[in-house]
Design a protein around this ligand. Structure first.
Ligand SMILES: NC(=O)C1=CN([C@@H]2O[C@H](COP(=O)(O)OP(=O)(O)OC[C@H]3O[C@@H](n4cnc5c(N)ncnc54)[C@H](O)[C@@H]3O)[C@@H](O)[C@H]2O)[C@H](O)CC1
Ligand SMILES: [K+]
Length: 502
């Protein structure tokens, strides 16, 4: 069964919101499903909800309202804090509805008050619903939350059913160690299993696990969205120059614009330092494009094996190599690419560099160099020695199989981009008809390298595809089909800023 990290779950929620499915709708569905599970376990009786101040508590407020509307239940809610402390608008909204819902509420701020006032509420309850924390738990458990977990566990020991909302409170949703947690008889988790529910130690706490559908749109999970961008590494305020990525672009020779576009895109996507290593005839031209680029001159008119006298040191002093843009396919160039790759730890291969790849290269690199390849349909056909399928289902299968077989992350560019590693596959539909203009692929390669310096390969490739297309969509608003690759570059920072990750 599929399981998911708390970060990815949050990303999917945000993608839902961007598609128009609001968090309050998901909370309503989550609460309704909890109420239904309570009814299935207890035909009538007294139900005590223990709610924290986050959205896990919000789910409990919804469930309490639903249950109070059914005959035969006496519903009480303990909130761990004052109403004003409730941390999200959705949880607060649902808390406010409780006063119209024949539910008794107790706001508790400290553990002595909890033991004194609330103990009756615990002892008289037939069932306890644990909604103290869900996936939002961080750090050591504070008071009164720690005491409340003990009280819930006391009732469980006395033979009452304890239902945990999403995860038993206290358990690390991502499988890390944890100090204490609720011992549930039933855990109703939303959408997918959380990774932390599957650990050996977790088994003692979860009881039976049910995965409940809460109406998440399929596209929020299948397509890259703004939520996925929130999973990207964030800059630290105390960061130094270079901490946000050092990228080495190797390309050019027959062309000068392509490596420059990749390099400028890497900078606009947040890399601290970008060096462009280009053959002699284009070095000064590339340098003249922008004072932001550091240009290193290679030895000849095209990339060639002699360049191995300087490239390994340069590669070592950078985090990621982005290679291929505008370099041509001369025999010596392709030979140089093959010789360079074993020195790389992380590389993005685009355009002409893809022509240097063969099965034995992938085998030789496996385990030493993480690779992202960014082919279009024609390049993908050459890589596989097979026509790229027209139908999207077959294309997705082909990209997945290729990635699995070669041990790489593949970003197949197209009207809908397909991104896959061995385990995960995402689609991207940002972008527009104007982006068939030359240079947008170079921009994407640079962007991918920039994100790859500080993020896992799959996330970097998926987010780069999204940002490239979304920046292109902004450019399209102004320039229509007359947009240029440089217009796409100019709009990259806005997309990153809007996702609140820059
Ligand atoms: N798509 C979905 O699966 C949906 C899930 N929902 C529910 O939302 C929670 C996650 O909500 P979130 O607000 O992010 O966090 P929590 O409620 O789990 O906790 C935050 C709450 O707890 C406090 N807190 C955190 N750590 C500690 C600590 N160590 N000690 C004391 N207090 C702590 C923090 O200050 C906050 O007040 C998910 O599990 C689902 O139940 C959505 O409702 C619908 C979509
Ligand atoms: K919980």
């Amino acid at each position: 069964m599929k399981c998911i990290s708390s970060l990815r779950m949050k990303a999917i929620d945000r993608n839902c919101e961007c598609l128009g499915l609001l968090p309050i709708q998901l909370m309503e569905n989550a609460g309704a499903v909890i109420a239904q599970n309570i009814r299935e376990k207890l035909e009538s009786g007294k139900v005590l909800f223990v709610a924290g101040r986050g959205n896990n508590g919000g789910d409990a407020f919804v469930a309490a309202r639903h249950l109070a509307g059914s005959s035969g239940y006496i519903v009480k809610v303990i909130v761990l804090g004052k109403a004003r402390d409730i941390g999200t608008g959705e949880a607060f909204h649902n808390f406010s509805l409780l006063k119209f819902s024949r539910v008794q509420i107790l706001e508790i701020t400290d553990s002595s008050q909890l033991r004194a006032v609330a103990s009756d509420w615990f002892s008289e309850a037939d069932m306890v619903v644990d909604a103290v924390f869900g996936t939002g738990i961080t750090g050591d458990i504070k008071e009164p939350e720690s005491t409340v977990i003990d009280l819930i566990n006391g009732e469980g020991k006395a033979g009452k059913t304890v239902i945990s909302v999403d995860i038993p409170s206290g358990l690390d949703p991502d499988g890390g160690d944890f100090e204490k947690a609720v011992h549930a008889g039933l855990t109703v988790t939303f959408h997918h299993l959380k990774i932390g529910l599957l650990g050996e130690k977790a088994k003692e706490y979860t009881g039976m696990i049910k995965v409940a559908d809460i109406g998440i749109c399929a596209d929020a999970e299948q397509y890259v969205g703004p939520g996925d961008l929130t999973m990207l590494h964030r800059r630290k305020p105390e960061g130094h120059k270079g901490d946000s990525g050092k990228i080495l672009v190797i390309g050019g020779g027959p062309y000068s614009g392509a490596p420059a576009l990749a390099a400028l895109a890497a900078l606009k996507a947040g890399a601290d330092l970008v060096t462009v290593a280009v053959p002699v005839p284009v070095a000064e031209i590339v340098a003249s494009y922008s004072p932001n680029l550091i240009v290193r001159k290679l030895s000849s008119n095209v990339l060639c094996p002699d360049d191995l006298s300087i490239l390994p040191d340069l590669i070592n002093s950078h985090d990621v190599v982005v290679m291929g843009m505008g370099m041509g396919r001369a025999t010596e160039t392709l030979e140089a690419v093959r010789k360079i790759l074993p020195f790389c730890r992380k590389a993005v291969l685009d355009a002409d560099a893809l022509s240097a790849l063969s099965g034995s290269i992938f085998e030789a690199l496996s385990g030493n160099c993480e690779l992202i390849v960014t082919p279009h349909a024609g390049e993908f056909a050459r890589l596989r020695n097979m026509k790229t399928p027209e139908s999207y289902e077959a294309r997705i299968r082909a990209v997945r199989e290729f990635s699995e077989e070669k041990g790489v992350v593949t970003l197949l560019k197209g009207r809908t981009d397909i991104i896959s590693d061995r385990k995960q596959t995402l689609l991207n539909r940002t972008g527009n008809t104007g982006m068939t203009v030359g240079g947008t692929g170079d921009v994407l390669a640079g962007l991918t390298g920039s994100l790859f310096s500080r993020n896992p390969a799959f996330l970097a490739a998926a987010c780069a595809a999204y940002i490239n297309g979304a920046a292109g969509d902004l450019a399209f608003e102004k320039a229509g089909n007359g947009l240029l690759a440089t217009d796409v570059i100019e709009n990259i920072p806005r997309i990153i800023k809007e996702a609140d990750i820059g």
